[in-house]
Design a protein around this ligand. Structure first.
Ligand code: SAM
Length: 597
């Protein structure tokens, strides 16, 4: 039973964290920054021991903190402050504590209603994004526009629009300036594409070109991902998936869209051109997964790599991550691999935003299916950002194994993904395990609850779209090991962020996995007539293939399994799918040991 002192402790935590934010803000002001102050290694003042003069400064300087009222201003010092690692930590404590406090003080019925009818919020967000009302409201300014005029421009029913905007305003997304008059605020304008409404209206397919990808991300999340989520119950509770798809990767998405295909193949289908384009831009928007700064950026010592080192961005999308790295580390070369249509979109995006590195040949795109043998055999790094979470375990093993087969002893594998924290303390002692993200004796959930909810939203998104998941550290470590990669380091920036960079080095491949790989590869060769149908774009000459896998063929258990797997694989590929049948999920080959944390 909680006591008032528990509630007051949470309340005090919020106050302390706010003090920390304010102190950092003051210490970052050039006029008041004291060179003799207790500065930490990252250049900010210590959170724990404010000097007397700092406290005086706090009282004198008006804090320019972002209010909800004005539009989002990415250049305001206050928004920059919110990306400061120490501030990110403090704001997480505030969100975690307020979430926990609300759950404690609110009548359970209402919290349960939030949880069970919260689906209206994404529906309304979809309407907001797809109707481009945010762009109309930006053009109108802070005075706002009556729903009659808004609806006339957006071509929709004014009353329905009004109710949607009011629900959003009630969640601090947009504001009702006066009855039925709405304007943007900091949160609604965050999804502003920045484009002219009439231009978007005349060519909606180009809405996301050249943007930061946030509107695209909202569109994607509230369209195909949200619709798929609505089928979660049918798919899992009624165990209904097998009737609708023949693929191992079958997910509620297959029910929602009446397709048997895997999500990425479906994106390539006729009629989904806008969704495919939007997906590419939405990946640019996923920079927001990173808690202040960039984990891709800080999650590895890129500067230490030798001149001309080759980074292979596997499933690199339109190359947003590589672009950030290429600009910061001009001494590196990049090969961005993805599916052919995505590669085409990527080349267009780079020609627009960073043509010089393409022209010089230091950055190349390559159409390559990561389930087939990896053609690059001298990579310094295989970088996979938000790739493994798209695939069920055995598919991840296959992807990583192709990379293991192509690795040199010095090659590093970097998996950038959410590392799903337990909702309790992590006492596994695994490399990179964080026991708790909460301050000692704070009473907060060890994973900071609501403050890290995005990791869990995404986890379920992966379930419904790909029959996959975000993985715990143990799950990631095991799956890497199943393909011959040993995790040696986990980097989280700032400390305790659930979005991390997992660094692994080559180790021996378990015999069963090696065998499966060789069989799968052989089937592909037999079916396709040639190992890989890769296409190179740009002039850089990439290295040729060779194979290094060793197997213990004498092992009789392995030989028995060979027979079984041969059957499984030939059935899989004779159906033309990317994987096996649903039934095979249950008869999972023992290559990717299912992680039991
Ligand atoms: C979640 S996105 C991540 C994109 C990129 N790494 C990023 O962080 O922006 C997954 C990417 O995997 C690509 N992909 C899916 N199946 C693939 C395959 N079989 N071979 C190569 N790439 C694939 C998709 O086209 C998509 O660009």
């Amino acid at each position: 039973m909680a006591t008032f002192s528990n509630l007051r402790a949470l309340h005090a935590l919020i106050g302390d964290a706010l003090d920390d934010v304010e102190r950092i803000f003051v210490s970052c002001q050039p006029s008041v920054h004291s060179p003799t102050g207790s500065e930490s290694s990252d250049g900010t003042q210590s959170l724990l021991s404010p000097s007397a003069s700092e406290d005086e400064e706090l009282n004198r300087i008006p804090l320019d903190f972002p209010s909800l009222d004005g539009p989002y201003d990415p250049h305001s010092p206050a928004e920059a402050l919110l990306s400061h690692p120490a501030v990110v930590h403090a704001t997480k404590l505030i969100v975690s504590a307020t979430g926990q406090l609300a759950a404690m003080v609110q009548r359970p019925f209402l919290t349960i209603c939030d949880a069970t009818m919260g689906y209206h919020l994404p529906s309304c967000m979809r309407f907001l994004e797809a109707s481009h009302v945010v762009e109309i409201m930006r053009e109108t300014g802070p005075a706002g526009l009556h729903i009659r005029e808004l609806a006339a421009r957006a071509d929709c029913d004014p009353n329905k629009l009004g109710h949607i905007l009011r629900l959003l305003a009630t969640h601090h997304i947009g504001t009702e300036v006066s009855p039925n008059v709405f304007a943007n605020n900091r949160l609604s304008s965050f999804i502003d594409s920045g484009k002219d409404f009439n231009v978007i209206k005349s060519n909606p397919a180009d809405k996301y070109e050249g943007t930061n990808g946030i509107a695209a991300y909202v569109g994607m999340c509230t369209d195909e991902l949200f619709k798929s989520s609505a089928y979660l119950t049918d798919a899992y509770l009624l165990n209904d998936i097998s009737k609708h798809s023949t693929l191992t990767s079958a997910a509620p998405f297959n029910l929602a869209f009446g397709t048997k295909g895997q999500f990425f193949n479906w994106l390539d289908e006729e009629g989904n051109e806008m969704r495919l384009k939007r997906f590419g831009h939405a990946m640019t928007g996923t920079a927001g997964y990173e808690d202040g700064g960039s984990i891709t950026f800080q999650g590895f010592d890129w500067g230490a790599l030798g001149k001309g080192s080759l980074i292979v961005d596997v499933g690199g999308g339109i190359g947003s991550t590589s672009m950030t790295l290429a600009k910061a580390f001009p001494h590196l070369r990049f090969c961005i691999q993805d599916r052919p249509k995505t590669v085409e979109l990527g080349i267009l995006a780079w020609k627009e935003r960073c043509p010089e590195r393409l022209d010089s040949g230091e950055v190349v795109f390559q159409a390559h299916d990561f389930f087939t043998p990896q053609p690059i055999r001298n990579a310094a790094v295989f970088l996979l950002r938000v790739i493994t979470h798209d695939w069920p375990d055995e598919f991840v093993t296959r992807i990583l194994l192709q990379l293991r087969n192509a690795a040199t002893p010095q090659t590093k594998l970097i998996l950038v993904d959410y590392v799903l924290p337990f909702a309790c303390e992590d006492r596994t002692g695994d490399i990179g395990a964080v026991r708790t993200m909460a301050p000692p004796s704070s009473g907060l959930l060890p994973n900071l609850g609501k403050a890290n909810a995005n990791a869990f939203w995404l986890d379920m998104t992966m379930h419904v779209t790909f029959n996959s998941k975000e993985r715990t550290l143990r799950e990631m470590t095991d799956i890497a090991l199943s393909a011959g990669w040993q995790v040696v380091e986990v980097i989280r920036k700032p400390e305790g962020s659930p979005f991390g960079s997992i660094i692994a080095v080559p180790t021996s491949v378990p015999p069963s996995t090696a065998l499966l790989s060789s069989l799968a590869e052989q089937e592909i060769i037999e079916r396709a007539g040639s190992p890989v149908g890769d296409t190179f774009y740009s002039r850089t000459q990439l290295p040729s293939r060779g194979t290094t896998m060793e197997m213990n063929q004498s092992d009789s258990a392995v030989r028995r399994m060979t027979k079984r797997l041969r059957k499984t694989i030939s059935r899989t590929f004779s159906r033309g799918g990317q994987g096996g049948e649903v039934g095979e999920e249950k008869r999972k080959p023992p290559m990717a040991k299912s992680a039991s944390d």
